[in-house]
Ligand binder design. Structure first.
Ligand SMILES: Cc1ncc(COP(=O)(O)O)c(C=O)c1O
Length: 475
């Protein structure tokens, strides 16, 4: 058999050859009786001295992995099989190391990459309308410029992108931010991770909306925090139900996930006052509010915050693509230095190529244009879904009014959580993807209902898809 050996650098070359042959034996690529390439041949192909190869072969010989027959060559020995078997045993048993117990209760995400004929799953934008051509042009142009590609950069991110984001949030959301306080992250999730690292000690308590978005909850738990679910009503998070003794609150005030309600102004003011009285930090996840279908925009908490308690988180997963993994956080100035340090120890910085491309895309006006275009598309889908839900599901669902983002939610009028689960499973069997509210339960009992996303479903498929879903309620 052809033995593929790759040497990196010019140090410990014999060791490298030895290890790679051992690994090939262990994983079964080399079997007893297989012949190793003659030392002279391998030395020539690797451009090393023959002595380098001979040292490696002698060591394998000394340890019994190979045998040598004068004139015939070097062969994998029969005993080598025991090495392979021990490797297999480790694979089968998994080995002796055990992860921390938290990982046995932390699920992987549902398989969102599995395509659905009618895709009403939440959290997905329309990838088919992503401006591929403009993006490709900017990637090509950035790749041509040498920039600082060979050197690590500042953890806060690409300066031009930080400036572009500060301008964008000022125009789109009224958020007043200095580029110095903008840190670019790999999606909103990493922004929340960085904020949590900055604010939380193991054992601290964090309040989250219930029902709520699961990934941050899992993240807080994974770093040793205790998570407490706080109910959400028609006005948003119930501030009066916030428990004492917490250090951090995570909220989605512009478009509560999953219920879709905006947090009313009195509630937002009450939340900030509560945070001030109790010396608590607030993470505001403003993940999809660029898309608004009513006249009155919802002001972010960040604007109302006069005490520097709000860490504002944004994402490009809905406005562009989730797979870009681009997001940001805007920290109160007192936290920015710590945020940069936390980002540095996490992954140093987010991909500079992606950041440079996005900075140019925003600066050249492509981003604003794309949001405008997508707002029209999503508004049409939102209106169509609201109308169809009212018409087709009035006996089963009570739709929660919502005029922002990429999904709407509805409570089940009569069906139990289990019954809705069954409907969702049946829907998946006939190609309709939809999420249940129950999967967003935190510490309170699950609510019965569904969330319907309209980011991924083409407008022309909405009616057929909802009719098919309706049949699953009847079946
Ligand atoms: C509440 C909420 N926050 C944030 C995000 C986006 O996260 P990321 O930017 O990490 O993709 C989502 C995506 O579905 C979400 O539902």
């Amino acid at each position: 058999m052809e033995l593929f050996v790759r040497l990196i650098g010019r140090k410990n070359l014999s060791e490298g050859i030895y290890r790679q042959v051992r690994r090939a034996i262990a994983d079964g690529r080399l079997r007893p009786g297989d012949r190793l390439p003659p030392s002279r041949e391998l030395a020539r192909s690797l451009e090393v001295s023959r002595m380098t190869v001979t040292v490696a072969y002698d060591r394998l010989l000394g340890e019994g992995f190979v045998t040598s027959r004068t004139g015939a060559g070097t062969f994998i020995s029969e005993q080598s099989a025991s090495l392979r078997d021990s490797h297999r045993r480790i694979r089968a048993s998994g080995g002796k190391l055990e992860p921390r117990s938290i990982w046995s209760s932390t699920p992987l995400p549902n398989a969102l990459d599995v395509p659905m004929e009618f895709d009403f799953r939440t959290g997905l934008p329309d990838a088919s309308l992503f401006p591929h051509r403009a993006w490709r042009r900017l990637v090509a142009s950035e790749l041509r410029s040498e920039g600082g590609a060979g050197r690590y950069q500042h953890p806060a991110g690409h300066r031009a992108l930080r400036e572009a984001i500060a301008r964008h949030v000022a125009i789109a959301r009224g958020v007043d931010a200095s580029p110095d306080d903008v840190t670019i992250t790999c999606g909103a999730q990493q922004a929340i991770d960085v904020a949590a690292r900055v604010m939380l000690n193991p054992g601290d308590c964090v309040a989250v909306e219930d029902p709520g978005y699961q990934p941050p909850r899992r993240l807080f738990e994974s770093i040793g925090a205790k998570v407490l679910g706080v109910p959400v009503d028609a006005d948003g998070l119930v501030v009066d139900a916030l428990p004492r003794g917490i250090r951090l609150i995570y909220v989605t005030p512009s478009h509560q996930y999953p219920l879709g309600v905006p947090m009313t102004l009195p509630r937002r003011i009450a939340l900030l006052a509560w945070a001030e009285r109790n010396n608590v930090a607030v993470i505001e996840d403003d993940y999809d509010s660029e898309f608004r279908f009513s006249q009155r925009p919802i002001e972010p908490l960040q604007i109302l915050d006069t005490a520097g308690r709000v860490i504002y988180v944004g994402s490009f997963s809905k406005t562009l693509l989730p797979t870009l993994r681009l997001g940001f956080l805007i920290s109160p100035p007192a936290l920015s230095e710590a945020v940069h340090r936390a980002k540095y120890v996490t992954d140093w910085h987010t991909s500079m190529l992606a950041q440079a491309v996005l900075a140019r895309f925003i600066d050249e006006g492509g981003f604003a244009h794309h949001i405008l275009r997508m707002s029209r598309v999503y508004r049409m889908r939102h209106d169509l879904i609201m109308e169809s839900l009212g018409r087709l599901f009035s006996d089963h669902l009570e739709v929660i009014p919502s005029t922002t983002g990429l999904h709407v939610a509805a409570f089940a009028k009569n069906a139990s959580v289990e019954r809705i689960h069954e409907v969702i499973r049946k829907a998946a069997d006939v190609g309709v993807g939809v999420h249940g509210l129950a999967m967003c339960a935190i510490t309170n009992p699950p609510r019965s209902g569904i969330a319907i996303g309209y980011g991924a479903i083409p407008t022309g498929q909405i009616n057929d898809g909802l009719r098919r879903l309706r049949r699953c309620f009847d079946a």
